[in-house]
Design a protein around this ligand. Structure first.
Ligand SMILES: [Zn+2]
Length: 304
């Protein structure tokens, strides 16, 4: 690389036992703030956007008991721990647990207040929904107060779509077509569908193509280390599966690079996305589109 700066629009830095195990057994990355910083530096990544998620018990993810908002509970370094701030190379989308917003009204108000307080932090750049992991459609009324907050603070809604990295997920809730209804109902909001809805990538591409307020990230569609990627990238049918929706939608101004680290090493995933996206769109996909979606990222990087 070396020529263009990169924003990684989708990483994790939370103590989730399945992520830790994937890092050790499949991707081989050092799953820590220091490990992330080292990989970012090696690959010219100037900023990562962490998707907040927590579990109250090891193996609990997706955890119905996690309090709102869910954050990056592994992000603090020795330099930042005291202040409770994120390191400079990470910003955050706070995660929402809808189960605790569906319960009694006192708890709902308490948790909505906590979410709103978090949205006032400059380092919070959006809100993450875990559709499929939690068994609610994204157009369910339970999320409406969250959408009101997103509108008030002008922050995008980032939505997990497609395969769930847990067999307790329910796929009908994570299909990318469910975002179409939400995007039409809330034209004032910006949405990002994660993983382009994989394996329903053509459906994901259509939702992006049709809706002016929907973007997609290309993160996490392959999970593993360098050898695994080499083998999978040598399979033309698989590469075609990911290229076809990009060619069909032909909106490289709405596709964002993201890795889903620690599920894959950063450098390996950058190479993969560089192979999928025509070179003339690299600057948009690896950097500029993230500035469009995340105004607070633009503000943070304005000086660079
Ligand atoms: Zn993720």
């Amino acid at each position: 690389m070396g020529e263009i700066a990169i924003i990684d629009a989708h990483i994790h830095l939370s103590n989730i036992s399945k992520f830790r195990r994937t890092a050790v057994e499949l991707s081989g990355v050092d799953y820590s703030a220091a490990g992330l910083e080292a990989e970012f530096r090696r690959n010219d990544v100037v900023l990562g956007i962490g998707m907040g998620v927590t579990e109250t018990l090891a193996g609990g993810f997706p955890d119905e008991r996690s309090a709102n908002p869910m954050g990056l509970d592994m992000a603090s370094t020795s330099a930042t721990a005291a202040a409770g701030e994120l390191p400079s190379f990470v910003m955050e989308c706070v995660g929402i647990n809808p189960v605790r917003l569906a319960g009694d009204s006192a708890m709902r108000q308490r948790e909505l207040d906590a979410i709103e307080q978090a949205l006032q932090r400059e380092s919070v750049v959006g809100i993450k929904l875990y559709a499929g992991y939690y068994h609610y459609y994204v157009h369910d009324a339970v999320y409406e107060p969250v959408y009101e907050l997103a509108a008030r603070y002008r922050l995008p809604i980032v939505i997990h779509t497609g395969d769930t990295y847990s067999d307790r997920g329910l796929l009908k809730y994570s299909h990318p077509l469910t975002v179409d209804e939400l995007a039409v109902r809330h034209r004032e909001l910006t949405f990002v569908i994660c993983h382009l809805g994989d394996p329903w990538v053509m459906d994901g591409a259509e939702v992006v193509y049709k809706n002016p307020n929907v973007f997609a990230d290309l993160s996490g569609v392959l999970v593993g280390g360098r050898e695994h990627f080499a083998r999978r990238m040598g399979e033309p049918l698989l590469m075609e599966h990911f290229r076809r929706p990009l060619v069909y939608a032909d909106c490289y101004d709405k596709m964002l690079y993201g890795s889903d680290w620690p599920l894959t090493p950063i450098g390996v995933y950058i190479d993969f996305v560089r192979r999928l996206v025509p070179e003339k769109y690299h600057e948009q996909v690896f950097y500029r589109n993230a500035l469009e979606v995340f105004p607070r990222v633009r503000a943070r990087l304005a000086g660079i």
